[in-house]
Design a protein around this ligand. Structure first.
Ligand SMILES: Cc1cc2nc3c(=O)[nH]c(=O)nc-3n(C[C@H](O)[C@H](O)[C@H](O)COP(=O)(O)OP(=O)(O)OC[C@H]3O[C@@H](n4cnc5c(N)ncnc54)[C@H](O)[C@@H]3O)c2cc1C
Length: 399
């Protein structure tokens, strides 16, 4: 038997970069440029925007940099990238240190934009998608109502066709609408035929400056303070046939499709938010001393980090693997629901544990971890609650 030369001894290199197989060098270059932008141009304003909400100039600036249409076709001004490039944005925008901003951008790029691209007519794409990718028009999405959130089929907003004028007349209200105060147009879910069950829903593209669209009030929230959240009313709002998005009567299925992308992007944001919080806390635990040593060297604290890192890595793999399925043409609703459920839960758990590791400092605004917790808490509710995710997963087994 030959003895192993010292150079052949395998030692773990924990500092080595772990590039995932779904990403190539272009994704990594994109990652770096979004991170640079977010760190230099957005993060310095993070505290201010918690008070004022983030300003609209962020949209045209990101449009100019090509970040609002990363996975959208070049013919509409997008970058023509794959789905993974959208994941990169969801992950790296976290460096803006503003959950509210990340959510406002994601609603624009990954919630309101995809239905316009998938179901819109060429005219609708030219009118809304092209300027939205440039950041010149801002989008929002209206599903939730005061009396119906999880139960989308329970919405009451009605769109009735006025045969005389050939227009639709819309009445109803929507609540918790992100970007609702700043948006130029809303992708609106309505009921067009209350007797037709799931086949009685229709989506509309409703310009927000039409008579009868009322932006009622800015809602105050636990977290995500940099985003604006609106209660909206629609009173005899008249839109032409050309405002119908997709097929009349198929809006429920259209919006269920939209929710899948929204959930996966949300899950990616949770993983990166948890990772950043972990890193901030690791640094703190290496510096803060108690009983004569850095707190990170207590076994109890070390194990907290080990638990958190394992959960984050598990969630990350679920998101990446599900994204791979999505990119390769599958419609993995079960896996998306699992990734959304798990990533949202662990992000809140991690942020909570990070507050604990910071001790009293964790409760202070100055350190930023309490904000991560408040911002992350939304993800167990928005885009479908934990309970709804569990129900989707359970039902997928025929239960
Ligand atoms: C900050 C913020 C931003 C948002 N942005 C938007 C937006 O831009 N556009 C938009 O349309 N919506 C938006 N939402 C709405 C969000 O998607 C809903 O709040 C969410 O879907 C839950 O609906 P709900 O609030 O009506 O809760 P409810 O549906 O009233 O649920 C209340 C509780 O009952 C549980 N529950 C309900 N049904 C079941 C069931 N079948 N089985 C078990 N438990 C159940 C829920 O899980 C929850 O715990 C936003 C919400 C927030 C807070």
């Amino acid at each position: 038997m030959t003895s192993t030369a010292a150079a052949d001894v395998l030692k773990p290199d924990f500092a080595a970069r772990r590039k995932h197989f779904i990403f190539n060098d272009e994704h990594e270059a994109l990652r770096e440029s979004i991170r640079n932008f977010a760190t230099k141009e957005l993060a310095p304003h993070a505290e201010e925007w918690e008070e004022t909400t983030f300003p609209n100039w962020v949209f045209p600036r990101m449009g100019e940099l090509g970040f609002l249409g990363l996975d959208k076709p070049e013919q509409y001004g997008g970058q023509g990238g794959d789905y993974y490039s959208a994941l990169v944005l969801a992950e790296e925008i976290g460096w803006a240190r503003s959950g509210g901003l990340a959510m406002g951008i994601a609603v624009h790029t990954d919630m309101a934009m995809p239905p316009i691209l998938k179901f819109g007519t060429e005219e609708q794409k030219q009118e809304w998608l092209v300027p939205a990718i440039k950041g010149q028009k801002i989008l929002c999405l209206g599903i939730t109502e005061p009396d119906a959130g999880s139960d989308v089929s329970g919405i009451k907003t009605r769109a009735v066709r006025d045969e005389g004028s050939g227009e639709y007349v819309i009445n109803g209200s929507k609540t918790y609408i992100t970007n609702g105060h700043r948006a130029d147009v809303i992708v609106l879910v309505t009921k067009t035929d209350p007797d037709a069950g799931y086949d009685g829903f229709t989506l509309f593209l409703v310009p927000m400056d039409l008579p009868g669209v009322i932006r009622e009030k800015k809602l105050e929230k636990l977290g995500m303070h940099a985003s604006d959240t609106a209660l909206l009313a629609f009173q005899d709002v008249r839109v032409p046939d050309s405002a119908v998005l997709g097929q009349v009567g198929k809006g429920f299925y259209h919006i269920m499709w939209e929710l899948q992308g929204e959930r996966l992007i949300g899950a990616a944001g949770c993983v990166s938010g948890a990772q950043r919080c972990f890193e901030m806390t690791l640094k703190y635990a290496m510096e803060r001393k108690a009983f004569g040593r850095e707190i990170g060297h207590f076994q109890v604290i070390r194990h907290k980090f080990a638990e958190m890192a394992t959960k984050i890595e598990t969630a990350r793999q679920m998101v990446y693997m599900t994204a791979w399925r999505f990119q390769n043409g599958e419609y993995p609703v079960r896996e998306i629901s699992m990734a959304k459920l798990y990533a949202s839960r662990i992000a809140v758990e991690v942020a909570d544990e990070c507050i604990q590791i910071h001790g009293g400092a964790g409760y202070m605004k100055e350190y930023g971890v309490e904000r991560v917790w408040r911002d992350m808490r939304l993800n167990r509710i928005g885009a479908g609650t934990d309970e709804i995710m569990l129900d989707v997963i359970g039902r997928s087994y025929g239960l």
